[in-house]
Design a protein around this ligand. Structure first.
Ligand code: ADP
Ligand code: MG
Length: 323
C-alpha cells in the first residue's frame, strides 16, 4: 500500500517522542537559582530524580552554609581552633581539595578568606573597618588549616581563622547531582547552580548552548558556546556587590589584601568537573589575566575566558590556536 510507509514513519516519530521525554525543574537553593534538565523515558522515575536532585542540593546547603548556625561548617568554625574536630568524609575531602587548589594557585584560592570575608555584608553595604583589616588580614592563611587524614579531623592553628566554601561548594553540589543522574542511567543532562554548570551528553540532536553573560550588561552575552560533556563556571564582580565612594566591593576577596579583587570583571573556566571549575574561576579572577592565563595554559583540559576591568576579553591559548 502506498500510504503505509509514511504512516509507519509518523508512528515511529511519535513513539520516539514518547520515549525521549525531557524533564526540567528550576528551584532556589544555596542562596541562588538552580536548574536540572535531563532526558528519560519513564515519567514516574523522572519526577523522582528531580526530587532527589533538589534534596541533594539542599542537603549540601544545610551541611556547608556559613549562614546556617547548625551546619557542619559553622560548628567547625566555632571549635576547630580549640582542638582537632572530626568531620564527615564529604567535608574533609572538600577542604582537602580546597587546600590542594590553594597550592596550585599560589594562595589565590584560600577558604580562610572568610577570616575577614565574614565582615562584609553586601546586602547592607557593610565592610570591615581599617583596624579590623589590619588585625585580621594575617589570619587568612590556608597553611594554618591542618588535616589528619587517618583521624578525619580538621584543626585551625589560629584562633581568628574561619573558613567558607562559597568558592567551591556549588561546584561540588553540581558534581554530586550529575553523579546522581549518571547513577540513574541518564546520558543527556544538565545541572546548574548560580554560575556553575555541568552537562553530560547532548541536548537531543545538538550540543548544549551555554551563554556567558556580559559583566556590565545583563541583557547581553559575551559568548554562547556549543558544549558537550563539560563543566563551566563563571565568577563575576556583578553577583554580590555594593559601591562606596566610587569603589566596587564584591564577594571575591584577594587573600593578600582582604579586599575585593579588582583586575577582572568576569572569569570563566571550562574543565572536566564542576568542583575544579568553580574553584579555578574564583582563583583566576583573583590572579588576573597574566597569571591566571599562565596557570590555565599549563593545565590539561582547562580553558578560560576572562574580561578585564577595561572590558577587554581574553582567551586561553587552546581557544585561539588552530588545530
Ligand atoms: P558565586 O557563584 O557564588 O558567584 P564564585 O565562584 O564567583 O561564586 O566565588 C565567589 C565566592 O567564593 C564568594 O562568595 C566567597 O564565598 C568565596 N571566595 C571569595 N574569595 C575567595 C578566595 N580568595 N578563595 C576562596 N574562596 C573565596
Ligand atoms: Mg567559583
Amino acid at each position: 500500500m502506498k500510504t503505509s510507509i509514511p504512516l509507519a514513519f509518523i508512528l515511529l516519530i511519535l513513539s520516539f517522542q514518547v520515549h525521549a521525554k525531557w524533564f526540567s525543574h528550576q528551584f532556589e537553593t544555596m542562596g541562588t537559582l538552580a536548574k536540572v534538565e535531563f532526558e528519560l523515558s519513564d515519567e514516574k522515575s523522572g519526577q523522582k530524580i528531580v526530587n532527589q536532585v533538589v534534596a541533594e542540593m539542599e542537603r549540601i546547603n544545610q551541611a556547608m552554609s556559613p549562614y546556617i548556625e547548625s551546619s557542619e561548617l559553622s560548628k567547625l568554625n566555632r571549635s576547630a581552633a580549640k582542638a582537632p574536630q572530626k568531620v564527615s568524609k564529604e567535608l574533609f575531602d572538600l577542604v582537602a581539595r580546597s587546600l590542594e587548589i590553594s597550592e596550585l594557585t599560589h594562595g589565590a584560592f584560600d577558604i580562610s578568606f572568610s577570616s575577614i570575608g565574614y565582615l562584609y555584608d553586601y546586602r547592607h553595604s557593610k565592610k570591615p573597618s581599617e583596624s579590623q583589616l589590619a588585625e585580621l588580614k594575617s589570619a587568612i592563611n590556608y597553611r594554618n588549616i591542618h588535616l589528619d587524614k587517618e583521624k578525619q579531623t580538621i584543626f585551625f592553628d589560629d584562633k581568628r581563622l574561619k573558613i567558607d566554601l562559597g568558592g567551591i561548594g556549588k561546584g561540588h553540589a553540581v558534581d554530586r547531582c550529575i553523579q546522581l543522574l549518571q547513577r540513574e542511567g541518564i546520558h543527556n543532562g544538565f545541572v546548574n547552580a548560580g554560575g556553575d554548570t555541568r552537562i553530560i551528553g547532548r541536548k537531543t540532536d545538538r550540543p548544549w548552548y551555554i551563554g556567558i553573560r556580559h559583566p556590565r550588561d545583563e541583557s547581553k552575552l559575551i559568548a554562547n558556546l556549543p558544549l558537550e560533556d563539560v563543566a563551566l563556571s563563571t565568577s563575576g564582580d556583578y553577583e554580590r556587590f555594593f559601591e562606596a565612594d566610587g569603589i566596587r566591593y564584591h564577594h571575591i576577596i584577594d587573600p593578600k589584601t582582604g579586599d575585593s579583587a579588582r583586575a577582572i570583571q568576569s572569569a570563566t573556566i571550562l574543565a572536566d568537573d564542576s568542583t575544579f571549575a568553580d574553584a579555578l574561576s574564583t582563583s583566576i579572577f583573583i590572579l588576573g589575566v597574566k597569571d591566571g592565563m599562565a596557570l590555565v595554559n599549563q593545565l590539561e583540559n582547562v580553558s578560560a575566558i576572562m574580561v578585564d576591568n577595561k572590558g577587554k576579553m581574553f582567551l586561553s591559548s587552546d581557544l585561539t590556536q588552530a588545530n
